[in-house]
Design a protein around this ligand. Structure first.
Ligand code: SF4
Length: 896
């Protein structure tokens, strides 16, 4: 390693390392105002000037790389004098109260260290540290960020981080009366294009932009590294706590997934954890009323009822649903509980209603039912094919990384019926009619074949089924597809050419592709494009589902599926091995998935359902049918943080669970990365971690020997023992950071990218010759609109968590997006309430008139229990996985 001398000490540096980076690594706190490791060095504030032997003038440490033999001095009297002078310059008209109110801010710490108070500048008219804040520059309207630009020292960090990390351009520099001012792009931060990611507040060195939570609750005294509980991106963050309460969350700067960034949910939406309506004691419903009971009584009730039902109706009359909110360890125990304690394969999770088609399709085509690539492939890709994913709202940090890639010159092809934010960044936008993705992808494939844009070497070595596939796509000329999809034939041709030639090309897809009656085949048709063009198994390529919830990938992968065991091992194949490892026989009857369980409940065959962190009633489509199922159940066990809608209306017993902030364990993100979550605060009242509750019930049901776990690490070690692909991922290794499976041994580095040399199914993958089948949901004279449902940036699924945070001030309720022409025809005005009705039910909500949706199509979010849009959605399902067709329901619209 090359060396330099810093303040008399020899320092080994890596090539390219700057002097300031070296000083930070050494723990030397050299003042700087404009430096942030997430941004390109700026060198503007001059606070970090250092002397370098042989240089005539001091240099900025933040943008000067170390060189071999360089001799650096950082705190000479001349430099310190110069620093005081620079501080004096920055302090012009600085409000006197700020350092007292926000002493924790780095700039204020420096003022204190350098003894720079108002008294330091007697008679210096250039420094007015006595100044009062300027009310015209204060903006206290944002629920999470306090703005007082009287404290702005023009370091430009907010401007740069908003542009370069979030790609949002909210903070801008304006010239006013020959002075530069920083201000948001709108009348206030709330009314600007701000997406409330908090990056500006995180980087601001003075507290001109600061978190309200810190000002209200105090600075954290303890920091705990953990993983975000919301979407499947899996950002790592630091949970700041004070007196057993979370007061701030900051992004982990070295996190490989989020690289020092978070979205509004991960950074700010943590108030749910300390919400006053947390259920903190077990409850049993008696005589129609919930009664608080002891854990002994609640567990005795659950054990007694499960025993009675199993005795009377058999083990297959009971179903267990794992949770994307729970850890891998807890989901592992949930499926083991179903199989070992209950004796049934009736176990599933919410992957059924989102990405089960992705897992099924990718398993069929490539052999592994998971994302082929790592998020770091985003920076390597030249072309993005984004299909049915509103990434900037639903996977915001990935969305931001894609926007950064676009700004660097990558091309975007966006396939979405609705104009999402990324659609507005697209080079080519394909807005097909909902549910017509197969004709679209087949037509792109046909263009690639016709114009010889395939990768012939890859096709020869790695792909089979070519002739059958060619025959399947033959009918899909761009003109034919254009008629079915409603996009132009020329746009299809351009998209095909761009994807096939501007390589490497990577696909990301979301529920817009999977939640259709041909969801599995939609993903297979997308994967065909990757195979044809050799865009898989190489840097910057792949086919990647963006998983909706933090641990939905893990929940299914741990075995919360009726036909697979831990590690997605098929039950039929792995049964004997698991029986040997677990030391007991496994049930032989075919298990039911979530949708089949609800069908069986309606028919009277399923009698009991145990739900973990999952509001099935609110989340499932065609809520009237879901309610019929719940009404028939003799036992509904709800294990959750809050009295959700399933519990409120149909629960028999409520077991209060610890949240993600209150327990240890692991989550698995969309790119197969397993990361630690760590307890930051104690559970409230008598709430317990899910793993502990499961072990308690198993013990009480006489199966304690199979559930003798003292904590998550021991459970995880059992997971590693039954899942060969995860054997190398120990807790000790996870202390150094997350690992992507397969990782079969302790010296294996993990696998960021799958299928580099071959596929698990063999040397070749087979092109999928799937056929297009129009949906049964067709608009009619009575139901002329097609309704699509989806998430928004500010709310998450059933709203159980985000609905108890200030995110409700940013997005108060669900709303129905209507095109301007439809609104005019129906005489609708912005915000007016409408009734939306389908053959399955109706809901009432306000309209938002926007060009984001096409005439004849509507879009609604689905988070507000008051609106309960799933009363309207249809009962149709994917042919392979039974995943509901949320993205296409024929409805009518009526002004109230
Ligand atoms: Fe959390 Fe997803 Fe936002 Fe990251 S992008 S902070 S994982 S919600």
């Amino acid at each position: 390693m090359p060396t330099a001398i810093i303040d008399g000490h020899t320092y080994e540096f890596r090539p390219g390392q700057t002097i300031l980076e070296a000083l930070r690594a050494l723990g030397t706190d050299l003042p700087s105002a404009c430096y942030d490791p997430r941004l390109e060095p700026y060198g503007a504030c001059r606070l970090c000037l250092v002397e370098v032997e042989g240089r005539p003038f001091p240099v900025a440490a933040c943008n000067t790389p170390l060189q071999v033999g360089m001799v650096v001095r950082t705190h000479t009297p001349a430099l310190e004098d110069n620093r005081k002078h620079e501080f004096r310059f920055l302090l012009g008209r600085y409000p006197k109260e700020a350092p007292l109110r926000q002493p924790y801010q780095p700039f204020h710490r420096y003022l204190h260290e350098y003894g720079l108070t108002a008294a330091s500048f007697p008679g210096d008219s250039r420094v007015e540290l006595q100044a009062e804040p300027d009310p015209a520059r204060q903006d206290f309207g944002h629920p999470y960020i306090r703005v007082d630009l009287s404290q702005c020292i023009l370091c430009y960090r907010c401007v740069r981080i908003c542009e370069d990390v979030q790609g949002q351009f909210v903070w801008q520099a304006f010239d006013r009366e020959h002075q530069t001012h920083i201000a948001p792009s709108g009348p206030s931060l709330l009314e600007s294009a701000c997406v409330s990611c908090g990056a500006c507040a995180d980087t601001c060195p003075t507290g001109a932009l600061d978190d309200w939570s810190v000002l209200e609750l105090g600075t954290p005294t303890t920091w705990t590294r953990s993983t975000c509980p919301y979407c499947g991106v899996g950002c790592e963050f630091l949970v700041g706590t004070r007196q057993g309460r979370i007061t701030q969350i900051k992004p982990a700067l070295d996190a490989p997934v989020n690289k020092g960034h978070l979205c509004v949910k991960g950074r700010y939406a943590f108030e749910y954890n300390q919400s006053p309506d947390r259920i903190t004691q077990p409850m049993i419903r008696r005589g129609g009323e919930w009664q608080t009971v002891s854990w002994e009584e609640a567990l005795a009730f659950v054990v007694g009822e499960l025993g009675r039902i199993r005795q009377t109706h058999g083990p297959d009359s009971i179903g267990i649903l794992g949770s994307a909110r729970a850890t891998n360890e807890e989901n592992y125990l949930a499926q083991k509980f179903a199989r070992v304690v209950i004796g049934s394969n009736n176990v599933d999770c919410c992957a059924r209603v989102c990405h089960a088609p992705s897992a099924e399709a990718l398993k069929r085509v490539f052999g592994t039912g998971a994302a082929t690539s790592a998020f770091d492939d985003i920076e390597l890709a030249q072309t993005f094919l984004l299909a049915g994913t509103n990434a900037t709202e639903n996977h915001p940090v990935v969305g931001a990384r894609i926007k950064q890639a676009k700004r660097r010159g990558a091309k975007l092809i966006v396939v979405d019926p609705r104009q999402t934010e990324l659609a507005r960044w697209a080079d080519i936008l394909l807005a097909p009619r909902p549910g017509t993705d197969i004709p679209l992808f087949h037509a792109m494939a046909r263009v690639i074949l016709e114009e010889n844009l395939t990768d012939p070497a890859f096709l020869a070595e790695r792909v089979e089924g070519f002739e059958a596939f060619r025959a399947a796509v033959e009918e899909w000329t761009p003109e034919h597809a254009a008629e079915v999809c409603g996009v132009s034939a020329e746009a299809i041709r351009q998209a095909a050419r761009l994807y096939a030639t501007h390589k490497p090309s990577i696909c990301f897809h979301g529920l817009g592709l999977t939640e259709h009656h041909q969801g599995t085949e939609d993903v297979m048709a997308l994967a065909n494009l990757a195979l044809l063009t050799g865009n898989v198994g190489k840097p910057g390529t792949g086919v990647n589902p963006l998983r909706g919830q933090n641990n939905v990938q893990g929940s299914a992968h741990m075995g919360c599926e009726p036909n697979t065991l831990t590690g997605s091992q098929p039950l039929a194949k792995a049964r004997a091995r698991f029986e040997q490892l677990w030391g007991c026989p496994l049930p032989t009857t075919k298990g039911l998935n979530l949708m089949q369980m609800l069908d069986a409940a309606r028919e009277g065959a399923l009698k009991a359902l145990w739900l973990f962190g999952y509001d099935v009633l609110l989340s499932n489509p065609d809520a009237a049918r879901t309610a019929q199922a719940f009404e028939k159940l003799e036992l509904v066990v709800v294990q959750d943080l809050f009295m959700n809608e399933s519990a409120r209306l149909y629960g028999h017993v409520f077991l209060p669970a610890a949240s993600n902030f209150e327990k240890d364990g692991t989550f698995m993100n969309s790119e197969r990365r397993i990361q630690r979550i760590r307890q930051a605060v104690p559970p409230p009242g008598e709430a317990r971690p899910d793993w502990q509750i499961l072990c308690d019930v198993a013990r009480a049901m006489g199966q304690g020997e199979h559930f003798a776990f003292e904590g998550p690490e021991v459970i995880w070690d059992e997971v590693r023992s039954v899942w060969p692909g995860g054997a190398g991922i120990s807790y000790a290794r996870l202390e150094q950071g997350g690992l992507q499976w397969p990782c079969p041994s302790l010296d294996h580095p993990g696998t960021p990218r799958l299928h580099a040399q071959s596929f698990p199914i063999g040397p070749k993958a087979t092109l999928a010759a799937v056929s297009y089948l129009p949906s049964a949901e067709q608009p009619s004279a009575e139901y002329p609109f097609l309704l699509i449902t989806g998430r928004t940036l500010y709310a998450f699924n059933a709203g159980t968590m985000t609905g108890r945070t200030r995110n409700t001030r940013l997005y108060p309720t669900d709303r129905l997006e209507v095109s301007p022409s439809d609104a005019e025809r129906l005489g609708l005005r912005e915000g007016e309430r409408v009734r939306v009705r389908s053959p399955y039910g109706e809901a009432r909500l306000p309209v938002h008139i926007t060009q984001w949706v096409k005439p004849g199509e509507l879009f609604s979010t689905f988070h507000d229990p008051e609106v309960f849009i799933n009363r309207v959605t249809n009962p149709h399902r994917d042919r392979y996985t039974l995943t509901p067709e949320y993205k296409r329901t024929a409805v009518q619209l009526e002004k109230l």
